[in-house]
Ligand binder design. Sequence first.
Ligand code: ZN
Length: 849
Amino acid sequence: MKDAAPQPIYLADYTPPAYLIDGVELDFQLHPTATRVISRIRFTPNAAATSKDFFLHGEGLTLIRASVDGRDITPELVDGGLKADVPDAPFLWEAEVEISPEANTALEGLYMSNGMYCTQCEAEGFRRITYYPDRPDVMAPFKVRIDGDELVMLSNGNPVASGDGWAEWDDPWPKPAYLFALVAGNLVARDDSFTTMSGKEVDLKLWVRPGDEGKTAFGMQALKDSMKWDEEVYGREYDLDIFQIVAVSDFNMGAMENKGLNIFNTSAVLASPETSTDANFERIEAIIAHEYFHNWTGNRITCRDWFQLSLKEGLTVFRDQQFSGDMRSEAVCRINDVSALRGRQFREDNGPLAHQVQPDSFVEINNFYTATIYEKGAELIRMMKVLVGDDAYDKALELYFERHDGEAATIEDWVKVFEDSTGRDLTQFRRWYKQAGTPRVAVSEDWTDGTYTLTFKQSTPPTPGQDEKLPQHIPLAVGLLGPNGDEVQPTQILEMTEAEQSFTFEGLAAKPVPSILRHFSAPVILERDSTAQERAFLLAHDTDPFNKWEAGRTLAKDVLVALITEEDAPLDDYLNAIAVMLRDDSLDPAFRALTLGLPSQDDLAQTLFDAGVTPDPMKIYRAQQTLWQAMAEHLQDLLPRLMAEMEVTEPFQPNAEQAGKRALGLGLMNLLNRLDGGAAAQTLYDRADNMTLRLGALGYLLQAQKGDTALSAFRRQFEDDELVMDKWFSMQVYHAAPEDAVDVTDKLTKDTAFNWKNPNRFRAVFGALMTNPAGFHNASGDGYKLFADWLIKLDPVNPQIAARMSSAFETWRRYDVDRQAMMKAQIERVLATEGLSRDSQEMLGRILN
Ligand code: ZN
């Protein structure tokens, strides 16, 4: 490591800003390599401040001139910004800087994507545009003028006026700089409008590159649905005359909630049946909702500092999850959300990157846009709602909006709102925000003289920097079933606050079967030894859809773990239970499709590791293959009839009902494919008229090693469509056999279409390698080496993505000594790279320790 170790910043060091801002005016003179930015900022000393030092953030800026109250000054340029002597009274700051959007490959600040100007300012990108107090607790109204030759020139707020070569925008709502946005280029809009609950008409525009107009209908509908939903469920009305979304090809994240001008990764907004899968449609609907909902939870009420990030993200994720549940099947959405939580957040929480939902320190804030801040943060809000009840939750939210509108708030403010509006003491609940790690809850039961007792023991394993853990306040949703499958105790919320706690149930005629943690009422790992018979019983009878699915999942896990460790596997119990479940027409096809799925290879690796077994990626892979083969053979007679039933005869609609049928049809084809060697997949591929079926069929052809013809045809057909070509790349890596995956990946990186500076394309290839664990962890170590080579190559170009992708190595300690040594060597090799970014240094440093 050549550079000095990057220094962390601490929540405890927070101090209020020295100066506040009454108003900002920005003039942009656009030029690809020499854009001029003139800023006029009216500052006022902050009465609440402890210091009078005037400091403005700035990075990579060429200062042309600066003045205070019209008098030219020469500020002192320091690391990360500038200092100046200013009056102890309101004053006008003016500055002119020059920047080069074209040279900006980090995609933070003002940059170019396909010849179009766009910005990304969260978290600290605004300081790459001009000198400014780039911290979220400094909020101001912005007026923006853009001069340039572009056809379309947009910024936040309402349009004021425009003419040939210029446009002016006015955003009256005070906002922090991270919500600033500017877009300019050759764009076309889908226009629509929305009438708000108070009768105000809002213009809606979804801007895309010419040629993409045909992919905007779904996104626009999702936006209108979101606006309506936020009015009906949260009473939140939109507050400007116009709401705009712009699609850009080069974007580090999914999308960004800039005030009135959301910027979206094309992958998170463009949709058509021919080019998007059902999963794409669902994700797009959720992200459009998420960004729109930020207008209140994020923009009107923002965060005081970045340690409060989950204040806006956890709440907004929770709101988009509620929305999706209302638009689609609530049960299916919950199962998908929990699967994602376990796949990403539990992985994080049980490894070297574990951190608090409200961290105490960080080096690079970009490294904290994590599953813990987002998805665990959302689970905490879900638990609060369960604890206080739905009506009290609504009242608390009313108070939150009333009390904090226009403010930069804290997580403490949020919890306080719940205490004040419900009268409940949430002191212990606050631990969820400050204690990292996933609690384990072990359950035991007792049945004596007609009294049934459940005893729970909780403990949270140590995480980096936090050895000791205190008991959490855990809502456990529990129901009881009688021996005949009837529910004898409907769902009840048991509040666990002690390390060990028992709950009794009287008046039962027979020993019940418990259904614990219904609807996944807390983000914990439930430890309960159970028999295959009991799991099958719950799969058949549980009235809680989540736990019904969970019973199938745990049974599948028992089978797989036993296959891996070469013990007796309850294979017949599983196969019979799955056959019964599949035949049950009363169950939503989407639910059946989910229940037919198997736990991921990564999930199994973590489960084995927790049980003290060193996971062998090849054995895990083979166990999955073995089980699928056994399922295929066992269900052989059922497959043709069920697959025919799942056929959709109406024209394609991206709705939950059709998507469920396609999902189950494809799940069944995964089994059939193991019997017919790709024959049915080929037929499906040839007649598919939508991307869901086409891509599904392509995957099975690749699995059967019969994908070559389809791959070339697919490429020919979609060569000009970036998003579909991303699929073409990722499918090949994802479905590669373990011994081929690294070669396939390497070969794809040499393809002329591998535009590695584009985050979507890079992720298509290397993200897919991460989800092919048997390939990535190939015993040769070639996967580790290839991955590290590319992190080194990407880091100077786009440190954010390089750092994020380095989490491929976060599970290195799980594996055998040989793999550990090889992974460690690669991590150290990347860390030793001269000039390695702060982002990657922090991530790899934490992974190593
Ligand atoms: Zn968000």
